[in-house]
Design a protein around this ligand. Structure first.
Ligand SMILES: [Zn+2]
Length: 444
């Protein structure tokens, strides 16, 4: 593998050498050597397993393949036909060679037929629009970097006495980039090739860094527009914006680019505190809803308490937000396991994101598997998202918390497959993510 260094605290440099950093004790757990689960990805037996994979390619301009991947075949087959291919070859070949090799020539191919799975959209990533047919597995809510020193560094009760106050963005980006590359390569080993990054500007987004990580790993990354909440790092230049000014700012980030680049954000991140929205939060929410209405982009809101989520949702509803473009992030993180609490919103089209899936996560794996069963019974399985909500490199280091970005694939997916089957696992861990974060249909 290119970009693999022997030491877990090293990363591959453009110069072709491995660089090494000294990590704080809080960060180290993320970078312990792990046995790469190649067997899981490629199958353990000598006989390759056959998988059924429908052709999803649609004729449309724009979407690019993942970095380092050849574009998949652009034609789509007749509706209802599923292409059965060799799993090992599927995972190791480039798309064009794969489809050409797997086709026998005995099927009639049509230039006009619609994609079999209805994925007639793109995902806006930091390297450009992505055809969802390229996505194998996805993580719906992670943070490759988080900077929590934006507005009030003293809020960190764990900031050691006498330690210099951190300054937002004043850190060694080589270290952050290296840490992110290592972490992304670890989940790539499980087949993940799409990650949604949930840090908007004000809490650490660096679009150039995300693009660099994507280019170095070949894993697609979606960046966040939007803002965290009032008490947590609203960038000074946006602090006095009214809702319409914020809406225009978010639309610019979604349609033109972020941070003075042409790197577009792919969705809008918001946040509500446990006690509900503060007055300025409402200004931000209304701006976000207007931006979503204008672009069709998705809003994902950090909301740990159901009542806080409900209060925030009411404001967005007042702006006529399309709830099918709305995600409740951190659902169940307060310990709620009452399905009816989630059903109230899933019934209205909202995606329910259980993104605390990690060691000693909330809800527990067992509780979440039960909840998923209830969603499936209610025919709402297509509204579930799963992720770990890891922050790979936090600033200041005292803000680092323990969460394992590998957990959803290393530990949860096998349980999910055993309990609810492989089709459900694929729907939740792949199909739902690409649907939830598809680019707004009013963005060209
Ligand atoms: Zn998060």
């Amino acid at each position: 593998m290119p970009m693999a260094c022997r030491s877990p605290t090293s990363w591959w440099m453009a110069s072709g050498r491995c660089a090494t950093a000294t990590w704080s004790s809080q960060m180290r757990p993320h970078f312990r050597p792990v046995a790469r689960p190649r067997a899981r990805r490629f199958g353990t037996g000598s006989k390759p397993r056959a998988i059924s994979r429908p052709c999803r390619a649609a004729e449309r301009p724009g979407p690019r393949p993942l970095p380092g991947k050849a574009p998949r075949h652009r034609r789509c087959h007749q509706e209802g036909f599923a292409l059965t291919i060799d799993r090992r070859r599927f995972l190791t070949s480039t798309g064009t060679a794969l489809v050409a090799g797997a086709m026998t020539g005995q099927h009639a191919w049509s230039q006009q037929s619609a994609p079999a799975t209805g994925e007639d959209f793109v995902i806006e990533t930091v390297t450009g629009p992505l055809d969802p047919a390229e996505v194998d597995w996805a993580l719906a809510h992670e943070h490759l970097h988080g900077d929590f020193s934006g507005s009030n560094p003293r809020m960190w009760r764990s900031l050691p006495e006498g330690e210099e106050e951190p300054v937002y963005g004043d850190l060694d980006w080589t270290v952050v980039t290296g840490a992110a590359i290592n972490a992304v390569n670890e989940v790539k080993a499980y087949g993940v090739n799409l990650i949604v990054d949930y840090s908007p500007s004000g809490v650490g987004r660096n679009s150039r860094m995300l693009r660099e990580v994507s280019r170095r790993t070949g894993v697609a990354i979606v960046a966040a527009s939007g803002l965290y909440r009032t008490a947590w790092g609203i960038p000074a230049e946006l602090a006095d914006y009214d809702s319409d000014q914020l809406a225009a700012h978010f639309v610019r980030e979604l349609t033109q680019g972020t941070e003075g680049t042409s790197i577009r954000a792919g969705f809008i991140k918001l946040s509500v505190g446990n006690d509900g929205p503060l007055p300025h939060d409402e200004v931000v929410y209304r701006g976000a809803a207007r931006a979503s209405n204008e672009t069709g982009s998705t809003i994902g809101i950090h909301a740990i308490m159901p009542d806080a989520f409900r209060a925030a949702a009411r404001i967005l509803e007042d702006e006529q937000l399309d709830f099918s473009r709305f995600i409740w992030a951190h659902a169940g993180r307060d310990g709620t396991v009452d399905f009816e609490v989630f059903r109230e919103f899933a019934d209205r089209g909202v995606y329910i994101s259980f993104d605390g899936v990690t060691h000693r996560g909330t809800p527990t794996d067992e509780q979440l598997l039960d909840l998923i069963g209830q969603f499936l019974e209610a025919d709402l399985g297509h509204r579930i998202l799963i992720s770990a909500d890891a922050t790979i490199a936090a600033h200041p280091p005292a803000a680092q918390y323990a969460s394992d970005i590998r957990y959803p694939y290393r530990f949860f997916k096998p349980q999910l497959e055993e309990r609810h089957g492989g089709e459900v696992a694929r729907m939740i861990l792949r199909d739902n993510v690409v649907q939830a974060y598809r680019r707004g249909d009013r963005i060209g």
